[in-house]
Design a protein around this ligand. Structure first.
Ligand SMILES: O=c1ccn([C@@H]2O[C@H](COP(=O)(O)OP(=O)(O)O[C@H]3O[C@H](CO)[C@H](O)[C@H](O)[C@H]3O)[C@@H](O)[C@H]2O)c(=O)[nH]1
Length: 249
C-alpha cells in the first residue's frame, strides 16, 4: 500500500470483537475480548492495522465495528444471496417467506437469555446506513481531524456502526411477518454456541466524530429486504431474460 501511496484504509471489523460486553449499549472503550474464532480474527486484524499505523506514521486507518447489517438496496435490484441455507436470521426469514426453505427449519436459538423476551438482542443496521458510514469514514480520513488525539499511538481509530437500538429474535420474526405477510411458525431450541445475549451499539462516538446517524428503521430494513427477496426468489441465480423474452438458462 505504501508503494502505491495508498495511505488511508477503512477496515470492516465487527461488534463480535466485544465478546460478552459488560456495558449495554456498548461504547468503543469496552474491552476487546472476542469469544468466537471469527471475532478473534477481526480483533487480530484491528491490532495489525493499529500497529502498522504506529510503525508507519503516514498511514491512517479507521476500523468500523459493524453491528448486524441487514436489509437490501431500496431499488430491490441488489441484496444478499448467501450460498446454501442462510445461517443468519434475516436472510433465513426472507428465504423461508419466499418458499425457498421450509419453515420447519426455523429455530430460535434459546429463550432463556436475560433480555426482554428471553431471545438474543442484536442491533440491526440497514445496509444503506452501513454504506453511509463508510463514505463518512473516507471523508474523515481525508481531513484527519479524528486523529488529533492519537499522539504516539499512530493514526488508528475504531468506531461502532450501529443504530443504538436492540431487537430480539422474536421482534425480528414479527417485523418480517409484517413486511412479507408470511405467518412464521418456529420452534425454540437450545442456545447456539458463541451467541451472546445482547449486542447493542452505543453509536455516540461515530455520530460525534464521523457525523454518522442511522436514519433507516426496522420497517424500511425489512421492507427493502423483502422487496429484493420477493423480486429475486432465487437470488442472483435467476434465469436471465433474453431479448425475445425467453430464458437464457
Ligand atoms: O436460524 C437462526 C439464526 C439466528 N438466530 C439468532 O438470531 C440472532 C442473530 O443471528 P445472526 O446469525 O443473524 O447474527 P449474529 O449476531 O450471530 O452475527 C452477525 O453479527 C455479528 C456482529 O454482531 C457479526 O458481524 C457476524 O458476522 C454476523 O453474522 C442470534 O441471536 C441467533 O441466535 C436464530 O435464533 N435462529
Amino acid at each position: 500500500m505504501l508503494k502505491f501511496k495508498c495511505l488511508n484504509l477503512v477496515y470492516s471489523s465487527s461488534a463480535t470483537v466485544y465478546g460478552t460486553p459488560e456495558t449495554i449499549p456498548i461504547p468503543e472503550t469496552s474491552p476487546v475480548q472476542p469469544e468466537s474464532v471469527y471475532g478473534r480474527s477481526k480483533g487480530m486484524c484491528e491490532d495489525i492495522i493499529k500497529d502498522t499505523c504506529h510503525a508507519e506514521r503516514s498511514f491512517n486507518a479507521v476500523g468500523l465495528r459493524y453491528f448486524n447489517p441487514a436489509g437490501a438496496h431500496p431499488s430491490g435490484t441488489m441484496g444478499e444471496d448467501p450460498r446454501g441455507k442462510p445461517g443468519n436470521l434475516l436472510p433465513l426469514l426472507a428465504a423461508i417467506a419466499v418458499g425457498r426453505y421450509s419453515q420447519d427449519g426455523l429455530k430460535v436459538f434459546g429463550d432463556d437469555y436475560p433480555t426482554h423476551d428471553g431471545t438474543c438482542v442484536r442491533d440491526y443496521l440497514h445496509v444503506m446506513d452501513l454504506a453511509k458510514g463508510h463514505v463518512l469514514s473516507l471523508d474523515a480520513l481525508e481531513k484527519a481531524e479524528i486523529f488529533k488525539n492519537c499522539g504516539k499511538t499512530g493514526n488508528y481509530r475504531a468506531f461502532n456502526l450501529g443504530h443504538g437500538k436492540g431487537q430480539s429474535v422474536l421482534d425480528m420474526i414479527e417485523a418480517m411477518r409484517k413486511a412479507s405477510g408470511y405467518d412464521y411458525q418456529y420452534s425454540i431450541v437450545g442456545r447456539r454456541m458463541g451467541d451472546v445475549p445482547d449486542l447493542t451499539a452505543d453509536p455516540t462516538l461515530a455520530e460525534r466524530e464521523l457525523g454518522f446517524i442511522a436514519t433507516e428503521d426496522l420497517e424500511s430494513m425489512c421492507r427493502d429486504l423483502w422487496r429484493w427477496q420477493s423480486s429475486h426468489p432465487n437470488g442472483y441465480d435467476e434465469p436471465t431474460p433474453t431479448t425475445n423474452g425467453e430464458s437464457s438458462q
